[in-house]
Unconditional design. Sequence first.
Length: 131
Amino acid sequence: GELRRAAIQAGEDTVLITSSGKPKISAEVSDSSAWAQISLTVTASPVSDCPSPSVMETLKSELERQTDDFLQKTIEADSDVLGIGQKIKGTCSTTKEWERYAWPNPYKKVKFSLKISVKSSNFAEMLQKKK
């Protein structure tokens, strides 16, 4: 899915975040394993006038933790909600190669790599973009 706007608690600070689109997902497969990289860029603005100096690092850590929790829950539920299988299917050159891979059985073995970028903005700018 696509995150448009949200408020998130980052340590002691509340931060308004927006995203310009869906996460970018790429995938690779070998004979025995698959990798998926998920890249997400958010713009963040602390709601407080005096946020803590480490608010952006704290926010990035919190986003990574929540994204990892989300991925683990999809794996436990055996639910490929991000379409990783379709990305992996696109790396197979033939239907036989895809069938040999036997998706969705390997979903629980996919190794995920997260790349989260946080851009800083001020609260007033984010409110203007909302209009």
